[in-house]
Design a protein around this ligand. Structure first.
Ligand SMILES: [Zn+2]
Length: 496
């Protein structure tokens, strides 16, 4: 594990010299394909970005995401991007594998990726890319298969993440590790490590793929004081945003607004750090040759439908994502796309823009038709996303369908379903409730079942090398990787 000084000793001021001390790498020449920087911000609700028109009620003049606003001005903004679920592990796996959750199979903390499935990093590395990944949340740990294809894959969290904390279905160390990871601020350490890797990669001839996973907007909400003051100046109530997830309902709407403002403050804090990463790319002279992809893994509930947090529901506040891509001279600038995009389409789109073939079994598709004129003779079919939450330990087992005009959800535990016509009811407040999943009378529910069956049929296309794929049963090559990245001591590696 890399060791970092306390994140609290970092501040934006300390990072500024990093921005000015990077002139040695110079202009990159001879790049065979565009560089790729993939940015994922955890728990980032699409409708809290100023990029999508959001304004905080208490601070309407303070944008939450000025860096992403600038990125979108020079790139392509997708207005209806959708995740594969409402939590971190499976959605990031969909991002990395071009497969929705039911196909990549990493649907809970006990599963890991079948190494026969290719990752984005692996496919790019095979084409000569340098690959570096930097993460901050336990659910991005290499034990799940995320390190597959990365030359460097590092945790930038202060929280120790030994392999043993992930194993065993009722392991209390796992809970403690997750709890600890929610505290503190990780953006400075994440930025520092990412910039150091970027500087080295930029000095070499081969193109690079950099993945950066940001964690601070994930609860709890504990922004630096100056950011808290930006979004809720002078608040003297008794709402503690750091305890929001554990506590029950807020006492007053004003206290609830304080929580939302602290969430926004952490978004802005993260955006400022992303802005420094983007500034470094400019300073290195790489902006014209670098594809920037900005997205999230899922959103967050703030009692929109009676609950808070994530990993519970498929309402749009949980599954809709921000998505912005910029590649000057290739992607249109300052335009927006209304057609629905899915998280598993992001990898195939990156590969397409890098002229790297995606495997035939990928379910995700390149989004190129979103910015290039379509053949009028080819019938256009509205994209469909199958959503999944399969958490037996939490008593949650749901499947859903999201199309631009439609949402259908079936809860296997409650044996009940909800259907929303999104054009008429974008807030999902007026469900048509149904209780028979097997013999549905409504055409939309029939379409739902048919879509699930079609997806299941694709399973036969997937390459497979192992039967049981769990974190309690690690193959030798993954143990080697884990040891190489510092997640195992030598004894553990030798025992296996
Ligand atoms: Zn997440």
């Amino acid at each position: 594990m890399p060791q970092f000084p306390s994140v609290f000793v970092f501040c934006l001021t300390l990072l500024l010299p990093l921005l000015t001390g990077c002139s040695g790498a110079g202009e990159k020449v001879g790049t065979k394909g565009p560089n790729v920087v993939l940015i994922s911000v955890d728990s980032l609700r699409r409708d809290h970005l100023s990029t999508y028109g959001y304004r905080n009620r208490l601070a309407p003049d303070v944008p939450t995401t000025p860096a992403i606003d600038r990125l979108a001005k020079g790139g392509l903004r997708f207005d209806d991007a959708v995740s594969s679920t409402s939590w971190t592990l499976p959605s990031h796996m969909a991002l990395m594998t071009g497969l929705p959750d039911t196909l990549h199979g990493v649907v809970n903390n006990e599963k890991r990726l079948d190494p026969a499935l290719s990752t984005l990093a692996q496919l790019l590395r095979a084409r000569g890319y340098q690959t570096g990944g930097f993460f901050t949340g336990p659910n991005l740990h290499p034990i799940f298969g995320f390190s597959q294809g990365f030359d460097t894959y590092e945790s930038c969290s202060e929280v120790d993440m030994p392999v043993e904390s992930f194993q065993g279905t009722t392991n209390p160390r796992r809970f403690d590790m997750h709890e600890a990871s929610h505290k503190g601020l990780t953006s400075p350490a994440l930025l520092e490590r990412s910039l150091a890797w970027l500087n080295e990669a930029a000095a070499k001839d081969d193109p690079f793929f950099l993945f950066v996973h940001w964690w601070d907007p994930h609860y709890d909400y504990d922004p630096p004081e100056q950011y808290a003051e930006m979004f809720d100046p002078g608040y003297d109530g008794d709402s503690d945003a750091t305890e929001f997830y554990k506590s029950h309902q807020m006492k007053t709407p004003r206290d609830m607004q304080h929580v939302l403002s602290m969430y926004d403050a952490e978004i802005r804090y993260t955006d400022d750090h992303i802005g420094m990463l983007l500034a470094r790319i400019e300073k290195l002279g790489l902006a014209q040759d670098t594809l920037i992809v900005f997205t999230a893994d899922h959103g967050e509930e703030f009692f929109d439908h009676g609950k808070k947090g994530h990993q519970r529901n498929f309402y749009d506040e949980s599954v809709r994502l921000p998505l912005v891509m910029r590649l000057p001279g290739v992607l249109p600038s300052g335009k927006s796309v209304q057609r629905m995009a899915r998280i598993q389409d992001i990898g195939p789109t990156i590969l397409d823009l890098c002229d790297v073939a995606a495997p035939d079994y990928f379910e995700g598709v390149s989004l190129r038709s979103s910015w290039e004129p379509r053949d009028p003779d080819v019938k256009s079919v509205a994209p469909v996303q199958i959503l999944s939450l399969e958490l037996p330990g939490k008593g949650i087992n749901k499947v859903g369908l999201r199309r631009k005009d439609l949402k259908v959800v079936w809860d296997f535990e409650e044996q009940t379903g909800e259907l929303f016509v999104l054009y008429d009811d974008p807030g999902e407040m007026n469900p048509l409730v149904f209780t028979d999943f097997d013999d549905p009378a409504h055409p939309a529910v029939r379409f739902f079942k048919q879509s699930i069956q079609e997806l299941e049929a694709r399973r036969a296309l997937l390459p497979r090398t192992v039967g049981h794929v769990g974190v309690d049963d690690l193959p030798a090559d993954l143990i080697e990787d884990l040891a190489g990245f510092g997640y195992l001591d030598n004894d553990h590696g030798e025992q296996e």
